[in-house]
Design a protein. Structure first.
Length: 489
């Protein structure tokens, strides 16, 4: 289980406590937009993915995307929320050039789901760390204003306008940038396991707004400021630390914090004001007259719950029960696809630890070299299992196994066929092994003299040299025995 450290306070922040709540906007993985049939794909030419509704042309009416509802419910259930049988869409009014209607279809006082929670690890004292989820609601995205394409003007791309989102609003339960980072990484992992979003921050399919305030421990909540424009989790952590320090300096000097929206400048490491913070009344919410209430029956909810995949926490517990250590557990559950591949390998070979070692070692290196993912890997886990069997049986040494593995990737031959054909079967014949030992001792007289003179720590060096000379074919166990006999003789 990952442990969340406690940040060290400096002279400015000492005596103050950070309070953080996060609003995470997640683009849902649908083919079309939330309320019309326009494509939701990323990367199309500007304004190509538009239809009359997202252009706000007269006479158009929204029709709710059923797939978006399914994905939103799946996320809410995984976050242990209460999904309400009836929720209401509302119009949220604000005027930006990338929002043609002048309002966003969202949910306000009757959201899809409320009262959830997410386990994010453990505190330094070992107690579990939980973050409450206030609400999960559905809404549509706005378009994108582009300020650096043409000098002196702003360009508008409406491809993103109307793309379905969920907004996941946390309780103000986090007390440090590290806790906020742990929450975001855990949340992203859960969403990826659910396959509700690709969670790509660079493409804007996962965006974070952070509400942060400073207070004396035990005092009422302070005035919060919202920080936007953060394009990485490390950027969120840096922005929180910077804004917390700014508020502490202000409060320590006897000033007051004004509620406002701030923009994070990662290059300069500073926040700057964008506007005063709007409240609910500023948006003039009222129920969307063109959409009926969203009704989810108990049977539908039960069906969605039964269809939930295994989530990261459950998979981690299962792998730990298999005898794997914390490093292996974390690495094998980091994404949704590595675990199933590992399990096929472990089932075929029968040794979970050996399978984990290969997946986190040689297999991962191959994936990085080829720029691919494990679910698209050309080598089936069952083929790799035959090589692991040869190593366990002593037919192939660990050193030679790496050579066999490299050739497995390039051919369709069986591991045993490769080992036999290329002379990589482990040599156990004492005469052949003794010849390699004699040659290594003769070629390295200084080391040989020191070893035979009693410097036992050189034995590992000499074994390595024998293995190199034999191209990994020598039985290292027997080589150690032969060298020990030479030293004692």
């Amino acid at each position: 289980m990952s442990t969340i450290g406690t940040p060290i306070a400096d002279d400015v922040t000492a005596g103050f406590e950070m309070v953080v709540g996060l609003e995470v906007h997640v683009q849902l993985k649908t083919a079309s937009k939330a309320f019309d049939g326009a494509s939701a794909d990323y990367g199309a030419p500007p304004n190509a993915n538009t239809e009359p509704l997202c252009l706000a042309l007269p006479g158009t009416l929204p029709v709710l995307n059923a797939r978006a509802v399914e994905l939103a419910v799946r996320a809410a259930l995984a976050l242990d929320c209460t999904v309400h049988g009836t929720s209401i869409f509302a119009r949220k009014h604000y005027f930006y050039p990338d929002l043609p209607k002048g309002y966003q279809i969202s949910q306000h006082d009757r959201p899809l789901a409320t009262d959830g929670r997410l386990h994010i690890g453990a505190h330094a004292d070992g107690t579990p760390a939980w973050v409450g989820i206030t609400r999960v609601h559905m809404e549509e995205d706005a378009g994108k204003s582009i300020h650096d394409r043409y000098p002196g003007v702003t360009a508008v791309d409406l491809n993103r306008c109307g793309v379905p989102l969920i907004e996941i609003v946390s309780e103000p339960d986090m007390r440090s940038p590290e806790e906020a980072g742990a929450y975001l990484r855990t949340l992203k992992q859960v969403l990826e396991y659910l396959d509700v979003s690709d969670c790509n921050m660079e493409e804007g399919s996962l965006r974070v707004d952070a509400n942060v305030s400073a207070r004396r421990p035990g005092a009422p909540l302070g005035t919060k400021c919202e920080v936007k424009n953060m394009n990485s989790f490390s950027g969120v952590e840096r922005a929180l630390a910077t804004e917390f320090r700014r508020q502490c300096e202000l409060l320590a000097a006897g000033g007051t914090v004004q509620q406002q929206t701030l923009l994070w400048d990662g290059a300069k490491g500073e926040v700057r004001p964008a506007r005063s913070k709007e409240g609910s009344s500023d948006y003039r919410y009222f129920p969307e007259p063109d959409l009926p209430p969203l009704v989810i029956s108990a049977d539908e909810l039960a069906r969605h719950r039964a269809a939930l995949p295994e989530l990261p926490a459950a998979r981690k517990a299962r792998y730990a029960a298999m005898g794997l250590g914390d490093y292996d557990v974390q690495e094998l559950t980091a994404d949704p696809v590595t675990g199933p591949w590992f399990e096929r390998l472990a089932a075929a070979h029968g040794d979970a630890k050996a399978a984990a070692n290969w997946v986190t070692g040689e297999v991962r290196a191959s994936l990085k070299e080829r720029g691919t993912t494990i679910d698209a890997f050309a080598l089936a886990p069952e083929r790799l299992a035959t090589l692991l069997d040869l190593v366990r049986d002593g037919t192939v040494s660990s050193t030679a196994a790496r050579t066999v593995y490299a050739r497995l990737l390039e051919s369709g031959d069986d591991a045993r066929v490769i080992a036999e054909r290329d002379g990589l079967l482990q040599v156990r014949d004492d005469d052949a092994l003794a010849r390699w030992v004699d040659e290594v001792l003769a070629e390295n007289p200084a080391e040989a003299q020191r070893y035979l003179g009693g410097e036992k720590k050189l034995q590992g060096v000499l074994v390595g040299l024998v293995m190199k000379k034999s191209q990994g074919r020598a039985d290292p166990r027997r080589i150690n025995q032969l060298l020990s006999t030479r030293a004692s003789g």
